[in-house]
Design a protein around this ligand. Structure first.
Ligand code: CXF
Ligand code: ZN
Length: 361
């Protein structure tokens, strides 16, 4: 089958090749034929080497498709089921699953320590974050394939796998937004635009999208931001928020130490900072002991939107069905897998919204 392969960290393009195979189907696994897969900044970080990835690797970690085979022990999924793939599959039994933090479970797989699921020109190859959705088919543990109703368009469903579950989840699960609160979102890519939509669902008042790219600021306004601003003017704008105290909730969706520091500074005393961007292992950020104590700001990490893959896709789809989430509005280009490098270029040039690879099923 065809797949987009990263041979080595540092490569600036993926290699779309036709001779990639899957490892055999285990008893607890399913084989999924992809219908659509998103391009995410994390794929670019994996290419750059800032997101550690064992190579060769099939990239892509946001996708949806149709089950084409099931392992002998699989009871709750069947051939023909439509599924969203999840890189945070809950085992259901560990302490994280039992204490309502299923997004932190690594009982099925750890997205940063994954077995090879592909055979790439005879070599074992991994799938990014345990998935590798830039392939026509994947084999994943059954918990990583979450069934959804058949009437949901699979290209819309694909977006839920990373951008929407993470961004909307950050706003409605991780943060504690109260109606009327002032929110700022630093970084208005796929995740930031989803945070903006989630903040609107949570009833936020002012929602400020912060991004240097005009195209992304326009998308933010379209999808629910009340104001947008270039980062250089952000501090001035904050003078008008909560009487100059700063925003109640500031989301960092750029994944950089510097912008986490900016988010901290933009937050009012007693407010919260939610770190959603996937940063690199060696990018550091510093706070003084005094400011952490005296300003009583809460610094929250956010992996996978603090979402439970078993239940939260349904909640998100309900918000989409009732027109409270605009998922169509997140998509710009629709590409074939052969044009994936063009899509990556478009992303590097800063395009405001998500690009999707659509497969021939
Ligand atoms: C990442 C987080 C780490 C695993 C892959 C996906 N999140 C967003 O892109
Ligand atoms: Zn992603």
């Amino acid at each position: 089958m065809k797949a987009a392969v990263l041979w080595n960290a540092g490569d600036t393009a993926v290699d779309v090749i036709g001779d990639v195979a899957l490892v055999g189907l285990g008893p607890n696994e399913v084989r999924v034929r992809l219908a659509a897969s998103g391009l995410c900044q994390t794929d670019i970080s994996a290419m750059a080497g800032t997101m550690p990835t064992a190579t060769p690797a099939v990239l892509g970690h946001e996708g949806a498709g149709v089950i084409v085979s099931v392992g002998s022990e699989v009871k709750t999924l069947s051939i023909g089921d439509h599924v969203i793939l999840s890189y945070a599959p809950p085992c259901g039994q560990c302490r994280f699953c039992l204490r309502n933090q299923a997004n932190l479970c690594v009982g099925v797989f750890d997205p940063f320590d994954i077995p090879a699921k592909f055979v790439i020109r005879g070599q074992p190859g991994t799938g990014l974050a345990g998935l590798g959705t830039w392939a026509q088919e994947v084999v994943v543990p059954q918990q990583a394939a979450v069934a959804i109703p058949q009437d949901i368009p699979l290209d819309i469903a694909a977006l839920l796998g990373c951008a929407v579950v993470t961004g909307v989840g950050a706003a409605i699960n991780t943060a504690s937004i109260r109606p009327g609160d002032a929110v700022a979102v630093i970084g208005c890519g796929g995740i930031g635009l989803s945070i903006i939509q989630g903040a609107r669902v949570a009833g936020a008042g002012r929602i400020i999208g912060v991004d240097p790219a005009a195209e992304r600021r326009a998308a933010a306004l379209r999808l629910g931001a009340t104001d947008t601003v270039d980062p250089v003017e952000f501090v001035t704008l904050l003078d008008q928020v909560n009487g100059g105290d700063g925003a109640d909730h500031v989301f960092e969706a750029a994944g950089r130490g510097g912008t986490i520091r900016d988010a901290f500074d933009a937050t009012r005393k007693g407010g919260e900072i939610i770190v959603v961007g996937a940063g690199s292992m060696d990018d550091e950020v510093s706070f003084s002991a005094f400011e952490l104590f005296y300003y009583e700001k809460t610094l929250k990490g956010c992996f996978y939107g603090s979402s439970d893959a078993r239940t939260d896709f349904d909640r998100l789809l309900e918000l989409w069905r009732t027109h409270q989430l605009d998922l169509e509005g997140l998509v710009s280009d629709r590409l074939s897998i052969d044009d994936i490098n063009y899509g990556l270029e478009r992303m590097r040039e800063v395009v405001g919204v998500r690009q999707l690879v659509v497969y021939d099923l």
